[in-house]
Design a protein around this ligand. Structure first.
Ligand code: B12
Length: 213
């Protein structure tokens, strides 16, 4: 029996945690490619959640339930996503900047990189600037990802980039930033290498960036 990926997306938007877990397990049992389940089922579902929220069609408790459904499905999917990896594509450190507690988008972005074969070190939410620099120096990632969902916390991203410069490690990694209020213009302003409007495009943009280096 084949699994309808649209139903998987729908279960995310409706926050149907148990049904989603069942469908994800079934999809894997019927040999649906884990990357396809993620990219054609789960992520479009979460994108729709973002869209419905923006349009005022969904409210915060529902958004959180959808995010929980997403993360429960990812618990099932994650081990299989890494299974297909042919070695590590690279290393990524990702976190949410100081003063900011939003982690759903950051985690999704991290999961996308994980799915693409990156070793992802997720340093969490509300991380002081120094924590990014320390993690960058300790793990020597190829990519440093920062997330900010508040206009008041976005400036921390530029500060982290400046601290990376002062520590002499800025040029050793690509810096990618994201989060609802973040724009390409802002990324250019603070000297980030990459900006991705969503988790889905982040990996592709990063691959293109490294191909051009
Ligand atoms: C859920 C949510 C919360 C939850 C967070 C729970 C959690 N575990 O994350 C809670 C309830 C805690 C919360 C709290 C607050 N929130 Co809030 N929250 C949201 C909400 C509804 C959804 C965010 C979300 O998860 N979206 C779904 C994900 C999938 O989308 P995303 O985060 O944008 O991520 C995507 C891209 O941006 C990108 N991305 C994100 N990060 C990164 C990083 C990298 C490296 C890359 C490549 C890509 C990337 O990829 C993701 C997937 O495609 C938004 C509304 C909105 N439309 O964004 C408000 C919103 C962000 N919150 C807002 C506010 C004001 C607050 C509070 C101040 C409310 C309050 N008065 O207490 C507090 C602040 C707490 C704090 N200090 O951080 C405002 C921000 C306004 C602004 N421009 O500054 C928003 C926009 C709501 C609004 N319209 O007013 N919030």
């Amino acid at each position: 029996m084949s699994i309808d990926l649209e139903k998987i997306s729908e279960a995310i938007t409706k926050g149907q945690i148990e049904q989603l877990q069942e469908m994800t397990t079934q999809a894997l049992d019927t040999d649906t490619d884990p990357g396809v389940i993620l990219n054609k089922g789960l992520l479009p579902g979460m994108d729709k959640v973002g869209q419905l929220w923006r349009e005022g069609e969904m409210f915060m408790p529902e958004v959180l339930r959808s995010a929980k459904a997403m993360s429960k499905a990812m618990e099932i999917l994650r081990p299989r996503l890494s299974e297909g990896d042919l070695g590590s594509a690279g290393k990524m450190v990702i976190g949410t900047v100081a003063g900011d507690l939003h982690d759903i988008g950051k985690d999704l972005a991290g999961m996308m990189f994980e799915g693409a074969g990156y070793e992802v070190i997720n340093i969490g939410i509300d991380q002081p600037n120094e924590a990014f620099v320390e993690a960058a120096m300790k793990h020597k990632p190829d990519v440093l990802g920062m997330s900010a969902l508040l206009t008041t916390t976005m400036p921390r991203m530029g500060e982290v980039i400046n601290s990376l410069k002062e520590s002499g490690v800025r040029d050793q990694m690509a810096v990618i930033i994201g989060g609802a209020p973040v724009t390409q213009e802002f990324a250019d302003e603070i000297g980030a290498d990459l900006y991705a409007p969503n988790a889905g495009s982040a990996v592709d943009l990063t691959k293109k960036y490294f191909a051009q280096q």
